[in-house]
Design a protein around this ligand. Structure first.
Ligand code: UD2
Ligand code: MN
Length: 565
């Protein structure tokens, strides 16, 4: 996990760091909480004497009695060496039942040792690397709210077991107001075995993961002595199966990017990185954004660059916010191929996602805070997806804007041009952008809410939403593709029984279909010579190609929005 460039630092010199930087790790950790209930609502609504930062530190004198297993010897037992656990009979059913509450198979997880062995998922080149022994120390912050016992404790055990003891300063566990008795009563006792290497910080109110991470980082103050320059480094995130807890490896497939709706996205390795990285197995990858849960940063730099936005609640948005901010304010984000951390990807959130004041859209309001502070005029593209948020009050942004001023950060346009130049901007450098409206005036091209991020989908039409609707926004690009954020309109090569061809939306590539078009004219697919035709098609139906006929009203289209030609 630790890159060579980190320099050793004398603990005594911590007061005058100068431009040297301390660092810490943030790890996400796993699983659930069906039960965060009325408790946090009460706190959220007015119990403000209970400051969100007010936490109790467990400082009982403790001694390390936990023994790190000898992983060079083969271990037997369920799940060892990363294997999945195959349950049968009653247990299998119970495990499946519990998926609904925990979004992972806790029955399977409970069968696995907390000190489980896993295969080394690093490449051969990574394994051959030798790291200096005298690297600086790291603090690891793990936050949780009402997670299941075994995945949570296995996270703690893994960090403890697998970090060279002299490099691990401490593990700071932040309990974000868990309500489950087990976590309230048995956790401290279990942690005693780690001595003061593991500290527990309990919040007296629900903080949400963003404020919980800030709190955790604050509790590492004065303890962290690892130095790093202004980079945030991320591991390769290996996937752990949610159904049988199998540890699956993975490589650096690509980089983190984003959707204009401000959700995290993974993209392939950009050409520029392919060229820059001389040794693809071990060289770091410059990544525009990060998934959010797992990264290391110089501690001082983390706070200097604005930590997280404490106005963000519960879950979501903070990973893109810190990503944009770090790049725009002079830092960078790197993925280290030789660093691997496993994560159980869950299909849902097992804990209560309701934010303060009953907010049911924490990702949306968090993202609006990010868009308003960091995206300049490009926030318009976020609002295309989230029109309802345009007039929503998301709290005071003065302090976040001041950070941007104080650090003299660059514009979002700079970020787009320099950090993520391949990102498609739907209304820049295009020939047209907007709703694609048939001259019959009522029907528009529409994705019909079919999910374009899950593979090729069929394009349809729907009543035009003249006020704007993200499922109806299209661009006619300078290279003549009729496209959306990542998908391009194409022809289904297989005709339907009636001889007509359906219209597809598929991942764009440079050799995909081109369309010719004039305002109020046909949309003609160049290679087939066929045209988009809505004759006899109703709102909500799939669209078809037909032989071009410029006189047919069902083939006359115009962009309702903007032409740039
Ligand atoms: C991903 C990130 C997560 C965060 C999130 C967006 C990874 C592996 N994880 O979430 O770190 O960036 O996207 O916000 O990239 N938790 C609390 N209090 C809360 C809610 C959650 O302490 O109010 C804890 C939770 O118990 C868990 C951690 O935060 O330990 C992350 O939550 P998650 O695993 O549900 O989030 P995930 O992986 O979808
Ligand atoms: Mn997670």
């Amino acid at each position: 996990i630790i890159p060579e460039k980190w320099k050793q630092v004398d603990e005594d010199s911590i007061e005058d760091l100068g431009d040297q930087k301390r660092f810490f790790f943030i790890l996400y950790q796993e699983v659930r909480d069906p039960a965060v209930d009325e408790g946090n609502k009460k706190v959220g609504e007015g119990n403000n004497e209970n400051s969100p930062r007010e936490v109790r530190l467990n400082i009982a004198k403790r001694k390390v009695v936990h023994e790190i297993p000898d992983y060079s010897k083969p271990r037997t037992g369920d799940g060892e060496n990363g294997r999945g656990v195959n349950l049968i009979g009653e247990e299998k059913e119970e495990g499946q039942r519990q998926m609904k509450t925990w979004f992972m198979n806790v029955v399977a997880s409970d069968k696995i040792s907390l000190d489980r062995s896993i295969p080394d998922s690093r490449s051969t080149a990574c394994r051959a690397l030798k790291y200096d022994d005298d690297l600086p120390q790291a603090s690891v912050v793990i936050i949780f709210t009402d997670e299941a016992w075994s995945p949570l404790l296995r996270t703690v055990h893994s960090v403890f077991n697998r970090s060279p003891p002299h490099l691990l300063k401490e593990i700071v566990l932040v309990d974000d107001f868990s309500q489950r008795e087990e976590l309230k009563e048995k956790l401290e006792e279990h942690l005693l075995r780690f001595g003061d290497k593991v500290r527990l910080v309990r919040s007296k109110e629900r903080l949400g993961l963003i404020r919980a991470k800030i709190t955790g980082a604050e509790h590492t103050r004065g303890e962290v002595v690892v130095f790093l320059d202004s980079h945030f480094v991320c591991p390769v995130i290996d996937s752990i199966s949610d159904s049988n807890i199998q540890y699956m490896g993975g490589g650096v497939g690509g980089v983190g990017t984003f959707w204009w709706s401000l959700h995290y996205k993974m993209d392939g390795m950009p050409q520029s990185e392919k060229i820059r990285r001389k040794n693809p197995e071990i060289d770091y990858v410059r990544s525009p954004t990060m998934a959010g849960g797992l990264f290391a940063a110089n501690r001082e730099y983390f706070f200097e660059v604005g930590a997280y936005d404490p106005g963000m609640d519960i879950w979501g948005g903070e990973n893109l916010e810190i990503s944009f901010r770090v790049w725009m304010c002079g830092g960078s984000i790197e993925i280290l191929p030789c660093s691997h951390v496993g994560h159980i990807f869950r299909a849902g959130h097992p804990y209560n996602m309701t934010g303060r004041g009953g907010n049911l859209d924490v990702h949306g309001t968090n993202s609006k805070r990010l868009a308003e502070v960091w995206m300049d005029e490009y926030k318009r593209l976020f609002y295309v997806h989230r029109m309802g948020l345009k007039d929503m009050d998301v709290g005071d942004l003065t302090e976040r804007k001041e950070i941007r001023k104080r650090l003299n950060c660059k514009s979002f346009k700079w970020f787009l041009e320099n950090v993520i130049p391949d990102k498609f901007i739907p209304d820049e450098n295009v020939k047209a952008y907007g709703l694609v409206r048939n001259n019959g005036e009522t029907l528009c091209l529409d994705t019909l809410q079919r999910l374009e991020n899950k593979g090729t989908v069929i394009l349809g039409v729907f009543s035009c939403q003249l006020g704007g609707s993200s499922s109806q926004m299209f661009s006619w690009s300078n290279d003549d593709q009729l496209r959306r954020e990542t998908t391009c309109v194409d022809i289904d090569p297989r005709p339907q029984p009636n001889g007509k061809h359906k219209v597809l939306l598929r991942e764009c590539s440079s050799n995909l279909s081109k369309f010719s078009h004039k305002p109020y004219g046909t949309l003609r697919h160049e290679s087939s010579g066929l045209c988009l035709d809505v004759t006899d098609v109703n709102s909500g139906d799939d669209l078809f190609f037909a032989p071009c006929d410029e006189t047919k009203i069902g083939q006359k289209w115009r962009f309702y929005g903007k032409y740039f030609i």
